[in-house]
Write a protein that binds this ligand. Sequence first.
Ligand SMILES: [Zn+2]
Length: 446
Amino acid sequence: MFDLIIRNANLPDGRQGFDIGLAGGKIAAIEKSITASPGEEIDAAGRLVSPPFCDPHFHMDATLSLGLPRMNISGTLLEGISLWGELRPLLTKEALVERALRYCDLAVTQGLLYIRSHVDTSDPRLVTAEALLEVKEQVAPYIELQLVAFPQDGYFRAPGGVASLERALDMGIGIVGGIPHFERTMEDGARSVEALCRLAADRGLPVDMHCDETDDPMSRHIETLAAETVRFGLKGRVAGSHLTSMHSMDNYYVSKLISLMAEAEINVIPNPLINIMLQGRHDTYPKRRGMTRVRELMAADLNVSFGHDCVMDPWYSMGSGDMLEVAHMAIHVAQMAGIEDKCKIFDAITVNSAKTMGLEGYGLDIGCKADLVVLQAADVTEALRLKPNRLFVIKAGKVIARTAPRVGELFLSGRPASIDMGRDYVPRCCSADPKPLERTTELLRK
Ligand SMILES: [Zn+2]
């Protein structure tokens, strides 16, 4: 009756010791004890089982290109953009496909099965679009890849930017991007937001814009984006990526802005690793953090999901395709370390991202897709702290990746012979008293 049963799983909402039965590519049962004997069985042994991670903001055309054709010396966003401009004419479809496929292999082992990637449309050859449309098809059995037509050099600012973006949409790219803060003037930026929202409305497509990725408190394209979203009837289908200028804006102005964003049901996508690395670069001390106002936006019921943005490319020399690393940084930068805060942060790399991306059948309920990850951690807070190994990654009811638990051997007299990073370091008073962990899970369930 079941193709696969995962036994003794802890769930992200704090429920403990459940069996999850998978059949026909769907979740068919979540019960305390399923008696049927399945084709295959996994013992989660009291570890966390989560829906897969989703990355709603990535650049798969640039990933793994670090050092090509040279390194970013200043480490700034602007040098990154000009460095990418040097690399772009040298790009070939073959090299783009090869790098993207390698990144997707890494993503699968990290339990990252849904990715939205921006695709630079500035070069009229559109070799980036051609390559990533091919990758999207190739990885479809294991990763759902969404593509955004992204005018990196400016929709109006780059010669041929308007025509090139439209051609990328004609080729099959399904989301309209933008970069208003990079247009020549504030006014051009606002015009680009209007034109791109109109284009999306005409074609029935969602919008996902790099918006106000700057420390300039007067960069207020998010206000225009919210207004145009309402005007063109795009509520809930528009994402504002980065929004770092909000970090530096006047507090009174922000109190008005957030309610406009809520009215437009803007999906907010901060990119914590990249924002903390690139923003505040022109400051002396104190240096701003640059990430948008995550706590306040969440409190206003806006859908906030975190993106990885970059992995080893002209903008960011680090990254490992691990959304828990992204969330870990978010906890620090947003200063959200309470248990409830952490649950919200975990949602931001799972269910909230799924909402941003408009995913169907995502989640851990009966009838949802049988896409799951077994982690070497007992619960959500431990997963965020440890960034543990993904022991099993399951797609459509089948195991598609496996990683052995991280266990360290010790050679110390009078000390244990080994430690399991996910089991021996859960919070507790002493090894005989698991109470503090239970309190954590009780709090999670509230
Ligand atoms: Zn980006």
